[in-house]
Design a protein around this ligand. Sequence first.
Ligand code: RFL
Length: 381
Amino acid sequence: IDADVVIVGAGPAGLVLGNLLRAAGIDCLILERRSREHVENRARAGFLAANSVRVLTENGLADGLLTNGVRHDTCAFRDDRAEFELKYSELGNGEVHTVYPQQFLVTDLIAEFLARGGEIRFGTEVSSVSGMDATVIADDLLLRAKYIAGCDGRRGISLRSVPARVFRRDHDISWLAILAEAPPSMSAIGYAIHERGFAGHMARTSTVTRYYLEVPPGEDPENWGDDRIWDELHVRMRADRYGELKRGAIIERRIVDMASRVMDTIQRGNLFLAGDAASLISPAAAKGANLALMEAEILAHALIEALTETDTTALERYSADCLPRIWRAQEFSLWMINLLHGPAGYDDEAVFQRALRDARLESLRVSRAHQDFFAENYVGV
Ligand code: RFL
């Protein structure tokens, strides 16, 4: 045996799992194909839901987050009729987000995992995993474990070793995900619905802001120079009416396709999937990293019971525990997609869909019950 638990992937899922296992004294090894520097600089998510902050705080993983994270409690919706804000800390369950860029969290989690005596092999690519005999092949080396956690993300290898019914939906919507070296332009999360397509604004730090622009599927990000991006954001965010955008250098532009994937089981023998390997969710509701943390916590408790009390009940029902939560997040994410987008064109179907979207937005503007529903699902998992 090389380790009780081998974890494939040092993203949020694998690192939270590893830290919780180390806190219980379990011997575990993380295999990561990228370098430490690469994963510590990979900017992705930023919005941590209340449950994620609880998981991190309860397990001694929140020092950086509590010092440098920023509380976020309001979002604003704009369309050609009006702008309205929802202060979700006063709606639903009264929860808020904490904005803490994912690369900072990953950096903290790596340091803490190593401090807890864990081992990470960076630059180590796993080419196959088997849940039936609990083995991993990494860089031509065969490693044996009692359990394997597949936390290797959306394009990882682990999910291919779990025979499952796979439900996949491509929403035929793409976003250009932009990181700008510019302070946030508004205090709220901004969602702009526009006939030219959706635009979004999300604070990251006092000097970096994430923006999104809906673009045609298959678009080449290189078609979007800095000026074109800012001009398009200006139009869609209706900056003339609601306030100028603070411009700066664009430091990242990439295409993110709205897609969902759910597998009807996320375990096979002694292999368990967590995070994007277990399910893929569109970024429309910012749920991906939060689901990863939720699953990592559930899996950690189940593995600890199995390894320290030889009780495998929780492990056996791992999929059954996670899947209803995954489906709820998927459902809300699709609801957000339908709130923020409408097809272009003037045929009956396109006009009909946009009218439904406008009605949905109007209902959110005027109905307290609808706002409570939104807040509960937006910040909850
Ligand atoms: P990760 O973070 O992808 O980590 C997987 C790790 O596995 C490694 N790996 C392998 N290692 C060894 N051998 C192999 N064969 C391997 N194959 C892969 C990879 O190098 C990597 O280090 O998955 P994890 O841990 O499941 O975490 C998931 C989150 O990263 C993801 O859900 C979020 O980033 C999604 N997401 C967002 N989620 C939110 O909750 N809120 C947000 O605001 C948000 N914004 C975003 C996002 C994702 C984005 N992109 C680029 C996909 C914004 C963007 C632009």
